[in-house]
Design a protein around this ligand. Structure first.
Ligand SMILES: C[C@H](O)[C@@H](O)[C@@H](O)C(=O)CO
Length: 540
């Protein structure tokens, strides 16, 4: 091996259909990256082959990744290049024992969730305590990228500007906010909270698993539930009950884009089965006393049922169809049952804090995670600001959408991800003030990044362009973050997901952000403010 050689790994999905369909984008990215690296006097060699019989060159399982790293000199520099949604555990094992420099790279494209995949890997490496550098680029020719790539290739550190981050201290926090935080923290610890976890470890998201030991001191405990239980419970719901939930959504004005071919279209049968799953999920949350639940939903469940995305969005809305328990009592009527998509437990804990804080402060309680899918300036010129495309397949509540239920529709999930279909709960997030946050694990402790921002309206053609460049079936928020630019966000964020919630005004949002920071501090988390400062939040 020459001293100028860099070994490249590409982690993929566990679903062969996704790997085949996404391979051309990965291959094009690797070619471009290879050219740029070559122009700097280095050479990329793939650490694993293109597999002609499988029609792609991704590492597609944990074992395959382990085997690829097992034959590698542990001291060579490696690049993990991502243009697709990937399962971090395919490469995490190898990276935990790798001694040479590690660089994660993603292309700045929304076509497939490659940025999302890389951010998940970054969060997972951070949790695992593995040193790495990270970069992203649209063309691989811009100065930001090339300067840092050259530095990394030459053994120098890759430095990003994270001057937007400051430690939250709690000094001088407003008395009413401190008191609210104290009351909630005390309640968590005294009465405890259950997060219902339907099969944790979704999709290799190691970063999304919070060790019980870190949750227990906060008063949070997991109820480990199985998706088999959810499947069985779904099959026990009557057709009439499912129809009533469907009718309740239609009465609220939601649109379902139905077709006739279940392999390609959303069918009424799929929606009715999703309604059964919604009822089953609410009943299980009630039976086990779970304040929040997370459905892993992809592996395993996708081979049995339509996707749970519609279910997750309904659960996260205060205004949702009634569900009765065996005794005939409506379960938590008019209250969201917080759902954390993809069993992201960091998001689940955050969402419970958000729900409690916003309810106490008289603010909208609905909250969801989104993927940091992509972002761009608006070429129509409607705004000068950089606008993120926050987008997730499930869990976005209708209350977030322009027009609420009436502004929400449901489209079939892509067949390559979901063979049995199932609809989404789609919409464009309404303009408004938001609080964003992310809980993550670093140095063995829980930390949280908290910031402010706005969801903005973009012209229809720009919304459509963004949907066409990403997943047009999924709900989307046009997010503008306060005091954090694109590269700062990418450098600092330790997860594929971002938690968002609305407040009624900028001042209200500042108070909600402050309350979350103070609650998290009182619970013992390390709290970072991103793009906002403590004095500013206290001034609201
Ligand atoms: C369908 C995909 O696998 C998604 O689940 C993926 O893009 C994510 O949302 C990851 O957070």
């Amino acid at each position: 091996m020459s001293g100028k050689e860099i070994v490249l790994f590409a982690s993929g999905d566990l679903r062969p259909s996704a790997n085949v369909q996404c391979w051309p984008a990965q291959s094009a990215m690797e070619e471009k990256l290879g050219e740029v690296v070559a122009s700097m006097g280095f050479e990329i060699r793939r650490g694993h082959p293109y597999k002609a019989e499988e029609k792609h060159g991704f590492l597609a399982s944990q074992r395959e990744g382990m085997d690829a790293f097992a034959v590698l000199d542990p001291n060579v520099p490696v690049i993990i290049a991502e243009s697709v949604w990937q399962y971090s555990h395919h490469v995490l094992a190898g990276l935990t024992s790798h001694k040479g420099p590690i660089l994660t790279v993603a292309n700045w494209s929304g076509q497939w969730p490659g940025l999302v995949g890389m951010l998940n890997l970054n969060g997972s490496l951070t949790k695992a305590g593995v040193d790495y550098a990270t970069l992203w680029s649209e063309t691989f020719e811009d100065d930001y990228f090339t300067e840092r790539l050259r530095a990394w290739l030459n053994g120098q550190p890759v430095v990003h500007d994270v001057s937007h981050v400051s430690a939250y201290t709690g000094a001088g926090v407003k008395a009413d906010i401190a008191e609210l935080a104290d009351r909630l923290a005390h309640d968590f610890r005294r009465n405890k909270v259950i997060l219902g976890v339907f099969d944790e470890g979704c999709m290799g998201m190691y970063n999304a698993i919070v060790p019980d030991e870190l949750l227990m001191p906060l008063g949070f405990f997991k109820e480990r539930l199985s998706q088999s239980t959810l499947y069985h419970a779904t099959t026990q719901v009557s057709d009439a009950d499912a129809r009533a939930v469907y009718d309740a959504m239609l009465e609220r004005g939601m649109t379902f884009h139905l077709g006739t071919d279940p392999a390609q279209h959303l069918t009424e049968d799929q929606v009715l089965t999703q309604c059964k799953m919604y009822i089953a999920a609410v009943r299980l949350a009630d039976t086990f006393g779970c304040e929040a639940i997370g459905i892993q939903y992809q592996q395993g469940l996708k081979d049995l049922l339509p996707a749970s995305d519609l279910v997750e969005g309904i659960l996260n809305n205060d205004d949702r169809p009634d569900v009765r328990n065996a005794a005939g009592k409506v379960i938590r009527q008019g209250e969201a049952i917080v759902h954390f998509n993809e069993v992201d437990e960091c998001a689940g804990f955050d969402a419970v804090m958000t729900n409690r804080i916003h309810r106490a402060l008289g603010q909208p309680v609905e909250t969801t995670l989104h993927d940091l899918r992509w972002g761009d300036f608006d070429p129509t010129g409607s705004t000068d600001e950089f606008v993120w495309t926050f987008e997730i397949s499930g869990a976005a509540p209708p209350a977030h959408h322009e027009g609420g239920w009436k502004g929400s529709d449901s489209m079939r999930q892509p067949p390559m991800f979901f063979p049995f279909g199932g609809g989404t709960l789609r919409g464009v997030a309404k303009p408004g003030e938001i609080v964003w946050s992310r809980v993550f694990i670093e140095d063995g402790v829980l930390k949280i990044d908290i910031g402010r921002g706005r969801a903005i309206a973009l012209p229809d053609e720009e919304t459509q362009r963004r949907w066409n460049l990403t997943n047009k079936e999924w709900p989307m928020m046009h997010g503008v973050l306060t005091g954090v630019n694109r590269d700062q966000m990418m450098a600092k964020h330790k997860a594929n997901h971002i938690q968002v919630a609305y407040a009624l005004s900028a001042g209200d949002a500042d108070r909600c952000a402050l309350a979350k920071a103070e609650l998290a501090r009182q619970l013992g988390l390390v709290v970072n403010l991103c793009g906002v400062d403590e004095a500013g939040l206290n001034a609201a």
